[in-house]
Ligand binder design. Sequence first.
Ligand SMILES: [Zn+2]
Length: 177
Amino acid sequence: MRTNSISGTPKMPLSLYLSMVENLRSLKRFALVNQQVKDGFVFFNDVAGIKRLQELLNYHNTGEKPSEMTIKGNKLVNDSKYDLNIFQNKDMLMSVRGPDGRGWYKSRCPVCEYKGGDTEHDHFGFTEEGPFHCLAGCAPRDVIEWFKAMLNDREPNFDRSKDTPEDIKEFFKEEQV
Ligand SMILES: [Zn+2]
């Protein structure tokens, strides 16, 4: 495996990158939307990027899948928290329509839906930039948890009785983009 390097920034042809991450769709940090792409190349121009490149090469050479955990802002976080954007994952929602004049899309709230509610399909609002809300007052972290669960092919866990105050603080810190 060769990667080209110009002035110290490793890069890889886009087509090669796409073939290498083909089986890593559940890991958000390898999604193309989270890469630096220019002139047909993917660049790895920061510490996190170089770590991703190393993980990718290791995966290619040994078949060992990159970890579910990753570093973001000096913290170890679950990959599925990585830059989660509702808009980019809107295909997972029901009855999406919009945007209205102020940029808001509407859909059925996934958390209400999970609990059998929002039969009118109009509780959930979100924008391309990231803000979202549920008219019935579902907690933002429950919404995030639902997306994380779907992206990782598991059941969501809305039970927070075991969370410490630090867990909660940490969760919201990671959520803000
Ligand atoms: Zn809701």
